[in-house]
Design a protein around this ligand. Structure first.
Ligand code: NI
Length: 218
């Protein structure tokens, strides 16, 4: 069937399904070695997800992972033209942080890494990240297509420009929809797949801070 036969509202719905499907596939994939009943991503993914990156922040400055060291991070890969999945995920991130006390909330650095570097300029990201619905202090990162590709590879993020529409201006990007939780050293802690609730994320972040406070965190 051709896209033009479908009602317009189906497009965001399908984009959602694609994002969620990919997100789940990648999340399950971190179980490793093809075993579905594998250890959790938390156990098996530590060394596999994350790593060095060089990108450009929404103020136009070149930054690396070292610029964010010292604070635990919540990282989401998406793009500003995304009709629904990305805004929703960033709102979930904000809602999770809102459930923490202000001091705890301020510990976390939130990052949006664009998977659409052709359109997501630093200027566009600078506007986008100030949305009231998104986490306060959200930092947008973009870069050259090569810089973005390397960062996405480090985080095992899948993305691909959708060919459903021939128009360059209108294209979507299919992408994983996962919130990555990294510790103060940039090491992987947990991946929250697309359907994770703000309350679930908030509890995990709270537990992280408590374990840190009691010295039992690795
Ligand atoms: Ni999206």
């Amino acid at each position: 069937m051709r896209w033009s036969d479908r009602p317009v509202w189906l497009l965001p719905v399908l984009a959602t399904v694609i994002c969620v499907g990919i997100g789940l596939a990648v999340f399950l994939g971190t179980g490793g070695q093809g075993r579905l009943a594998a250890p959790t991503a938390q156990e098996s993914g530590r060394a596999l997800i994350g790593g060095p990156f060089e990108l450009v922040n929404h103020e136009g400055e070149t930054v690396t992972e070292a610029d964010f060291a010292g604070r635990p991070m919540l990282i989401y890969f998406g793009f500003t033209y995304c009709p629904d999945v990305c805004p929703m995920s960033l709102q979930v991130m904000a809602a999770a942080l809102d459930q923490l006390e202000p001091d705890a909330r301020a510990e976390f650095q939130t990052l949006l890494i664009s998977v659409d570097p052709e359109r997501d300029t630093p200027e566009l990201l600078a506007q986008y990240v100030t949305s009231e619905a998104f986490p306060e202090g959200l930092t947008g990162l973009t870069g050259t297509p090569e810089q973005v590709r390397r960062a996405a590879e480090a985080y095992r993020v899948f993305y691909r420009r959708s060919e459903q529409d021939g128009s360059m201006a209108e294209y979507l990007v299919d992408h994983s929809s996962i919130i990555y939780f990294m510790d103060r050293q940039g090491q992987f802690v947990e991946a929250f797949p697309h359907a994770t609730s703000p309350a679930q994320i908030a509890r995990r972040l709270q537990r992280f801070l408590e374990e840190e406070g009691s010295g039992s965190s690795a």
